[in-house]
Design a protein around this ligand. Structure first.
Ligand code: FAD
Length: 307
C-alpha cells in the first residue's frame, strides 16, 4: 500500500506530493487531469516570487517538480469512492481498480458554476472571468458586471469597485442574498449599480472580446443591454466532492470539512485546497494547504501503530 495516496493533481495535490515524497515515504498521486484548474487559466500574476506566468506553463512546472521525486503519478484516473477500513483506506477508481493507502489526501478541487448562456464560453478569458482576485486588475478603469448577488458576488463587486470604472451587479432574485454588512458597504459605493430581478441571457462581443451583457428584466419581461468590457460570474464554486458524500463530513456547500492540520472526519484522511472548507480559493493557498495536509498525514503515520 501507499503511505500517502493523494487524489487530485492541482496545486494542492502537487504540493502535497512533494512534501510527502521528501519524507521518503511511499507516495502516489491519482488525478483526472494533472494541473487542475490552472490548465484553464491564462495569466497568473499572484503566485509570489513568480511575477507572471501562464496557466499551462505553471501546470507543467508543477508536474516537473513532482516528477523530480519518487512519486507514483497516475494521470487520467478518476476516483469514485473512498472506503475507510480498520487500518488501510481504499480509493476506488472509475476504471475498476482500487488503491490502498495508510493515509489519503483529498485535493480534488472545485469548478466555477457557469451561467450557461451564449457568449460565456466564447469569451472566457476574453472578458468573461470568474475570479476577481485573479483577473480584477486586468479591468482597471473599465466597466464590468458581476453576475450574482450572494456573498461572493457582492464581495466581488466591492473589490472590483476599487479598481474598475463602474460595476453593474446583476441579481436574478428580487433582493440581494449577501450579508447585510456587505449590502450596506455596496450601497455606499458611488460607482456600483445593482440591478435586481434580472436574468442574464447573453454575453455579447465583437468576435474578439466582450462588449456587453443582455439581461431580461423579470418584472417587465423586457430585454436590456449593458455596455461593458468584462463580466465576472459569481454564482457559486462547486467542490468536486460528490463522490465523497456519505463517507466523509462535508459542509452544506459540499466542501470537505478540515481542521487546522487538514484532518477530515475520517482518521488518516486529510484534505487540501479548493475542495475543502479552507477559505479563499487561490493557487498559493491551495499549495500551502497541500503542504500542510502532507505534514499532517506524516504526523499521523508516525503516530499510528502500523510499521
Ligand atoms: P484544482 O486546481 O481544481 O485541482 C483539482 C485536481 O483534482 C485536478 O487534477 C482534477 O483533475 C482532480 N480531480 C477532480 N475530481 C477528481 C476525482 N474524482 N478523481 C481524481 N481526480 C480528480 N488562482 C490564483 O491564485 N491566481 C489566478 O490567477 C487564478 N486564475 C484562475 C483562473 C481560472 C479560469 C480558474 C478556473 C481558476 C483560477 N484560480 C486562480 C484559482 C486556482 O486555479 C485554484 O484555486 C487552484 O487551482 C485550486 O487548486 P486545487 O489543487 O485545490 O484544485
Amino acid at each position: 500500500p501507499f503511505d500517502v495516496l493523494i487524489v487530485g493533481g492541482g496545486p494542492a495535490g502537487a504540493a502535497a506530493a512533494v512534501y510527502a515524497a521528501r519524507k521518503g515515504i511511499r507516495t502516489g498521486i491519482a488525478s483526472e487531469r494533472f494541473g487542475g484548474q490552472v490548465l484553464d487559466t491564462l495569466g497568473i500574476e499572484n503566485f509570489v516570487s513568480v511575477k507572471e506566468t501562464e496557466g499551462p506553463k505553471f501546470a507543467l512546472a508543477l508536474e516537473e517538480h513532482v516528477r523530480h521525486y519518487d512519486v507514483d503519478i497516475m494521470n487520467l484516473q478518476r476516483a469514485k469512492a473512498l472506503k475507510a477500513g480498520s487500518d488501510l483506506i481504499e480509493i476506488e477508481l472509475e476504471n475498476g481498480a482500487a488503491l490502498k493507502a495508510r493515509s489519503v489526501i483529498l485535493s480534488t478541487g472545485a469548478r466555477w458554476r457557469k451561467l450557461g448562456v451564449p457568449g460565456e464560453d466564447q469569451y472566457r478569458n476574453k472578458g468573461v472571468a470568474y475570479c476577481p482576485h485573479c483577473d480584477g486588475p486586468l479591468f482597471k478603469g473599465k466597466r464590468v458586471a458581476v453576475v450574482g448577488g450572494g456573498n461572493s458576488g457582492v464581495e466581488a463587486a466591492i473589490d472590483l469597485a476599487g479598481i474598475v470604472a463602474h460595476v453593474t451587479l446583476i441579481e436574478f432574485a428580487d433582493q440581494l442574498r449577501a450579508d447585510a454588512v456587505l449590502q450596506r458597504k455596496l450601497a455606499s459605493l458611488p460607482n456600483v449599480t445593482a440591478i435586481l430581478h434580472a436574468q442574464t441571457t447573453e454575453v455579447t462581443g465583437d468576435g474578439q472580446k466582450v462588449n456587453g451583457l443582455v439581461y431580461k428584466d423579470r418584472a417587465t419581461g423586457v430585454d436590456q443591454r449593458v455596455e461593458l468590457e468584462g463580466v465576472f460570474v459569481q454564482i457559486g464554486l462547486v467542490p468536486n466532492t460528490e463522490w465523497l458524500k456519505g463517507s466523509i463530513e462535508l459542509s452544506r456547500h459540499g466542501e470537505i470539512v478540515v481542521d487546522a492540520k487538514g484532518q477530515t472526519s475520517v482518521p488518516g484522511v486529510f484534505a487540501a485546497g479548493d475542495a475543502t472548507t479552507t477559505p479563499f480559493k487561490q493557487i498559493i493557498i491551495a499549495a500551502g494547504d497541500g503542504a500542510k495536509a502532507a505534514l499532517g498525514a506524516f504526523d499521523h503515520l508516525i503516530r499510528s501503530s502500523a510499521p
